[in-house]
Design a protein around this ligand. Sequence first.
Ligand code: C2E
Ligand code: CA
Ligand code: CA
Ligand code: CA
Length: 277
Amino acid sequence: AKQSGRNQAHFFTAAMQEHANQRMTLEQDLRHALERKQLEVYYQPIITGDSGDVKGVEALLRWHHPERGMIPPDQFIPMAEETGLIGSIGEWVLDTACQQIQQLAAAGHELYLSVNVSERQRDLGLDAEAVRAVLEHHNLHPSRLILEITEGLLLQDSEETVTWLQGFKDLGISLAIDDFGTGYSSLSYLKHFPVDSLKIDREFVRDLDSDRYAGSLVTAIISMAASLELRLIAEGVETEKQRLTLVSQGCRYMQGYLFCPPLPVDKLSSWLDNYRP
Ligand code: C2E
Ligand code: CA
Ligand code: CA
Ligand code: CA
């Protein structure tokens, strides 16, 4: 028994070592992903649920790994945050997306741009002044930019966070709370922050047809947003039934596979050319 115990310990150590090695390799690869031009920004349309008009797009990062193929952001953004690489990657996403939203505008599609910002980027120097410089460089009006931040940031409720966010607001940039409903935000939290919209997490949208509890949760979020005069965007809308339910409850904006998946800029441009609400 002792012998097999030792073997098992050895086995787990080897597996853990292997896991650690893989992670280190991926981390090394990520360090070079930018300069090797392996990153690409995809865009998913945000539309009005009732009339189907395209209002904006959300920028969503993709990593084309030479050996592993496409790695979804959930598998490398956390690593980018831990290592601080999210600083340079985030700057690149903002710069690229601002340039490409202007490219779309030149093709006749004037849309607003929504960009995800992690909490770590604040500590890495992303502030209103940095964003203003990028907007100016691309001649993009601040009212066309929305920054999406997660609920976690609000939980700190620090003076520092409010000041940081207010800097963007003062420029005329809008702020959205991403994945709303998954954290612990409540009405009392939201009141303290200068936010303009809430994005209802797709977890709740997914359960809209089946789960009565989730349905009522969405109802609660929608009425809360209305009382705070916040704009609402539902994520991950996949079925016509979900769309209709959301419309009937008063949720105005939506994004999801029902309308369009995230696409590279050229594909999105053709999609927009051919789109009829
Ligand atoms: P998110 O901000 O909540 O983005 C929405 C996610 O839902 C995206 O996943 C999108 O592709 C996916 N999605 C859209 N419509 C549907 C649908 O109808 N059904 C389903 N099942 N999924 C749908 P994605 O692109 O894999 O991104 C995952 C997360 O990675 C994002 O979640 C965001 O938190 C993060 N992320 C992506 N790009 C960036 C970035 O540039 N910076 C930062 N900091 N985070 C990013
Ligand atoms: Ca988002
Ligand atoms: Ca989200
Ligand atoms: Ca999410």
